[in-house]
Design a protein around this ligand. Structure first.
Ligand SMILES: C[S@@+](CC[C@H](N)C(=O)[O-])C[C@H]1O[C@@H](n2cnc3c(N)ncnc32)[C@H](O)[C@@H]1O
Length: 199
C-alpha cells in the first residue's frame, strides 16, 4: 500500500442536505449497508468531493460519476451536492424503497445507468466530463484498471473505495500503479477511501 495516509481536508460548512443524507443512510437496516462506506466513509467522501471541485461543491452543482451503484447509498449522499450518474450491472430490489424514502430531491438528482452489459452503460457516458468519479465496482485488479482507464479521461479527480488490506492484490495494486503518475494522491487515515488528482 503505497499511498500516504492523511486526514481528509475538513469541509468548513457541511450543507444541511448532506447531513440529512448521512442521517438517512445511517438509519437504514444493516443488511442494506454491507458493501457501503459507513458513516466515517460518508464524511471522508464529502471532504474528497469538496477537494475535487470546491466551487461546484459549495454551489451544490457537481456532476459526479459513480461506478458501482449497488443500493444507491453513496449515490444518495453524493446527490446532495449535485447530479450523480451511476453505473451498475446488477439491480437490487430494495433500491426502490431506499430512493422513495430518501431526503426530498435526492431521487431526481440520480441518473441510474443499469445494464447487464457494462460496456453499453459506459458508452452512454464516455463523452461526458465529471467533477469527480467514485470507483466502487468490481474489486478485482483487472476490473479496477479498466475502470481507471475509462474514468481518468473523464475527470480530474478519482475517488476509490476499498483501498485496504483486504484488497491488496486488487484495488490497492491498481490504485498504487495509477497514483504513481498523479500530482496528488492519498488515502484516508480513518477509512478505506483513496483520492487521486489525475492532472
Ligand atoms: C461495493 S458495491 C457498490 C456500493 C455503493 N457504491 C455504496 O457504497 O453504496 C459494488 C457494485 O459494483 C457493481 N459492479 C460490478 N461490476 C461492475 C461493472 N463492470 N460496472 C459497474 N458496476 C459493477 C456490483 O454489481 C455491485 O453492485
Amino acid at each position: 500500500m503505497n499511498l500516504k495516509r492523511a486526514d481528509v481536508p475538513r469541509v468548513p460548512h457541511v450543507p444541511s442536505q448532506v447531513e440529512a443524507a448521512i442521517a438517512y443512510v445511517g438509519s437504514l437496516p444493516l443488511a442494506f449497508k454491507d458493501w457501503s462506506i459507513g458513516t466515517k466513509g460518508m464524511r471522508d467522501m464529502v471532504g474528497m468531493l469538496r477537494l475535487s471541485n470546491p466551487e461546484a461543491f459549495e454551489a451544490r452543482v457537481m456532476t459526479i460519476l459513480e461506478i458501482g451503484t449497488c443500493r444507491s447509498l453513496t449515490a444518495c449522499l453524493m446527490a446532495q451536492v449535485g447530479v450523480v450518474y451511476t453505473l451498475d450491472v446488477a439491480h437490487y430490489p430494495e433500491t426502490k424503497a431506499i430512493l422513495e424514502n430518501a431526503p426530498a430531491g435526492t431521487r431526481s438528482r440520480i441518473v441510474h445507468v443499469n445494464s447487464g452489459d457494462a460496456e453499453r452503460g459506459r458508452a452512454l457516458l464516455a463523452r461526458m466530463r465529471f467533477d469527480a468519479v467514485f470507483i466502487d465496482g468490481c474489486h478485482r485488479y483487472e476490473a479496477v484498471v479498466k475502470d481507471i482507464e475509462f474514468a481518468a479521461p473523464l475527470s480530474d479527480a478519482l475517488i476509490f473505495h476499498d483501498y485496504d488490506d483486504r484488497h491488496s492484490d486488487g484495488v490497492v495494486r491498481a490504485v498504487d500503479a495509477f497514483a504513481a503518475s498523479c500530482p496528488l494522491a492519498f488515502a484516508s487515515k480513518d477509512t478505506s477511501l483513496a483520492f487521486c488528482r489525475v492532472r
